[in-house]
Design a protein around this ligand. Structure first.
Ligand SMILES: Nc1ncnc2c1ncn2[C@@H]1O[C@H](COP(=O)(O)OP(=O)(O)OP(=O)(O)O)[C@@H](O)[C@H]1O
Length: 232
């Protein structure tokens, strides 16, 4: 791996995160190190309450850890202002939440175009980019349908396409298959792997479904806030 590739990915170094817990504090992440090179996908697995969502929130720069460093596509986030972090999230990080949260009044293409409008950028190319991405997730023929006319799997594909609208270097995905049956879940995982390799994103995927882990490049197992040695 070259130094450039290392810088281009997502790097968490010696992360500790605690939450207030009565008179003491609960350690949610305990000296966690995780490196995800560009163009690869790492699955984060572990029991309920082990720290998976906390790890995703730190990687997304939504939560500041007590200690440790987060590097996003070559940018060290320590010391950045709130505005700088917001800008970094908009340009470099795509987040796919468990629930698609699509707006009922918008068509599939508009759900994606909205990302560009919200960002205050020129919307001229938004439509063609939205159509390209819908094509990439296998929904080219659904661009003008509204969310209630789509299946759960199709909505999750839109959710993923939407996270890619700003061409992020880092893609963070929380339980994308929890609402789907095994076959549709496997298809979504295949899609995420393909997009990760094609678009060279550093992808982190939180999942409970270990049967889907054959599709990923690395598995990070979290127990009580600690990362077990990397495996696959
Ligand atoms: N905002 C918070 N305040 C206090 N404690 C929290 C907070 N968020 C999470 N925790 C605690 O931190 C630990 C890790 O939680 P986290 O949500 O990261 O686990 P998880 O592995 O994502 O769990 P699940 O699979 O159930 O979603 C748990 O003990 C949880 O109770």
């Amino acid at each position: 791996m070259t130094a450039t590739t290392t810088a281009a990915g997502l790097h968490l170094a010696d992360i500790t995160l605690t939450y207030p817990d009565g008179i003491s504090r609960l350690t949610a992440l305990d000296h966690v190190n995780l490196s995800v090179p560009a163009g690869t996908i790492t699955a984060v697995v572990g029991p309920s309450g082990s720290g998976k969502s906390s790890l995703l929130a730190v990687a997304a720069t939504l939560v500041t850890p007590d200690a440790g460093r987060v590097s996003i596509a070559g940018t060290e986030t320590t010391g950045l202002s709130r505005n700088e972090l917001t800008a970094l999230r908009r340009t470099a990080i795509g987040i796919v939440f468990q629930q698609p949260n699509l707006l009922p009044s918008l068509t599939a293409a508009e759900q994606l175009q909205l990302m560009v409008h919200l960002d205050g950028r020129n919307p001229k190319q938004a439509r063609s980019r939205a159509l390209d991405l819908l094509d990439a997730v296998g929904l080219a023929d659904q661009a003008d349908r509204r969310s209630h006319q789509l299946s759960g799997g199709q909505r999750q594909r839109i959710n993923i396409a939407r996270a890619l609208m700003n061409d992020p270097a880092i893609l963070l995905i929380d339980e994308p298959t929890s609402a789907l049956d095994h076959e549709r879940g496997a298809a979504i995982l295949e899609l995420i792997a393909t997009l990760t390799h094609q678009r060279a994103t550093a992808t982190v995927l939180v999942t409970h479904d270990r049967s889907l882990l054959t599709t990923v490049d690395a598995v990070a197992e979290v127990h009580d806030g600690r990362l077990l040695p990397a495996g696959k």
